[in-house]
Every structure is written in C-alpha cells, then in structure tokens.
Design a protein around this ligand. Structure first.
Ligand SMILES: Nc1nc2c(ncn2[C@@H]2O[C@H](COP(=O)(O)OP(=O)(O)OP(=O)(O)O)[C@@H](O)[C@H]2O)c(=O)[nH]1
Ligand SMILES: [Zn+2]
Length: 220
C-alpha cells in the first residue's frame, strides 16, 4: 500500500487515537490571571454548596468557596501553569560518575482526573549520566510539579520521564510510581490495600540487570 494512502487510513480510521503525553488543555488556558480564575471557581463552588443545601451565611462555611478556589489554583493544580515549572539546574559530570543515581521514596500527592480525588504515593527515580548531572532536589520538584495537575498515573509517569530525558540528554532513566488512589480506596470499590504501580524506562534500563539493581536498592 502506498505510504500516503496508509497514512490517510490511519488518520481517518475510526480507531485513530492521538498519542500525546501532554495534559489536555484549552487554547485559552492561560488567558486569565490566577486571581480571575479564583473569582470564577469561587462562584461555581458556591453554587455547588448551595445546591447541596448548605447555608453559606454560616461563619464556618462562608469562606469555603474562596478557600477551595485558592487551593485549586495556587496549590493542588498549580502545575497546570508552566510559570510554576521548576527550573532544573543541570551541571557537567566533571567527576565522570558513571553509575546509577537513585532518588527514592519521593512523596507526592496528585488528584485523579476522573473523580478529582487525591492520589497519594511515592516515586522512585534513577538515571545514569551521559555527561550531565541534575541537582537532586530538582528530581523531587519535577515529580511535585506534574503531580499538581488532574492526572492519570500513567501520564504523570511519562511526563516526569520525558522532562528528565530532556534535561539530562539521556534515555537511561527509570521512573517508578507507586500510589494509592482515593477514588479506589475511599469510594466505589473501597479497596483499602491495593496500590497502583506504573513505570517508564529507557536506555540502559532496557537491560533487565539495571532494572534489577535499581529494584534491589529500593528495598534497602
Ligand atoms: N488507568 C487509570 N485509571 C484511573 C486512574 N485514576 C482513576 N482511574 C480509574 O478511572 C476509572 C473511571 O471509570 P468510570 O467507570 O467512568 O468511573 P466510576 O463509575 O466512578 O468507576 P468506579 O471507580 O469503578 O466506581 C475508574 O476505574 C478509576 O479507578 C489512573 O491514574 N489511571
Ligand atoms: Zn479517580
């Protein structure tokens, strides 16, 4: 089959799926200031509370729509705005350290995009330098930044991997995320013990012996 014809079928076919690890955002996502967003969300959340029958003149409840809106924009979902992306300090690997660097037990919280309920867990990350090293706290900060969005765990895992790949100019990175989803543990199926593990890796970590060493060191 001609390549062009094949491409046309792929693009027009019913099963065509756009592949992207980007968080789906509207084109005008960054037109409003944080203060404008807080104002709008506050109004909507007042409506939700009133619909539930809550009396917003109560002194404990009256500040809740504002608190809620501020928490969304400035805290829980601050990672939707690229202005909050951490700057990553990357240095030359002058000492030519060529083994694995592992940053393990990185705690993070996020929110699942299907229910807007918390995802709470840990990320474990390792890389092998191809000439660059990264300030270790920046690894934690990258996890924090991508956690501060409505997420699915698979996408968050890939976003963290891609960001580190870009900064470190290597694919020899492994990202493992192990998290509890409150939409699974506190509602719906209400399973209190399961956790969800996702991973992405490349480069030297395609070799199982590197993955085994990484997983062994996570246990210590
Ligand atoms: N793959 C994946 N699924 C997720 C993640 N977070 C939440 N989910 C799931 O998203 C699904 C949404 O399914 P729906 O059937 O539309 O939602 P629901 O009726 O509330 O489903 P239940 O949770 O089974 O009650 C649920 O199975 C959630 O467990 C995630 O990070 N990755
Ligand atoms: Zn959910």
């Amino acid at each position: 089959m001609e390549q062009e014809e094949q491409l046309k079928i792929e693009l027009e076919g019913d099963n065509h799926i756009m592949t992207s690890v980007d968080t789906p955002m509207l084109p005008d996502a960054f037109d409003k200031s944080d203060e404008e967003k807080i104002e709008i969300i506050q109004e909507y959340f007042s409506g939700i509370m009133k619909t539930l029958g809550l009396d917003l003149s109560d002194d404990s409840l009256k500040g809740t729509p504002y608190r809620y809106a501020k928490m969304y924009v400035k805290e829980l979902f601050s990672g939707l705005d690229p202005k909050n992306k951490p700057s990553l300090s990357v240095f030359d690997n002058k000492y030519q350290y060529d083994k694995m660097l592992i940053e393990k037990n990185i705690t993070f919280s996020s929110a699942c995009e299907h229910h807007f309920l918390p995802i709470v867990g840990k990320a474990h990350i390792a890389y092998i330098s191809s000439g660059k090293v990264i300030g270790i706290s920046k690894i934690n900060r990258i996890v924090e930044y991508y956690g501060k969005r409505p997420q699915v765990q698979e996408r968050m895992t890939l976003q963290v991997y891609n960001e580190l790949k870009e900064a470190l100019k290597t694919e020899s990175i492994i990202v493992v995320v192990d998290a509890e989803h409150l939409c699974v543990s506190s509602r719906g199926v209400k399973d209190k013990t399961s956790s969800t593990v996702t991973m992405e890796y490349g480069g030297k970590f395609n070799d199982v012996s590197y993955r085994e060493e990484f997983l062994r060191l996570l246990k210590d």
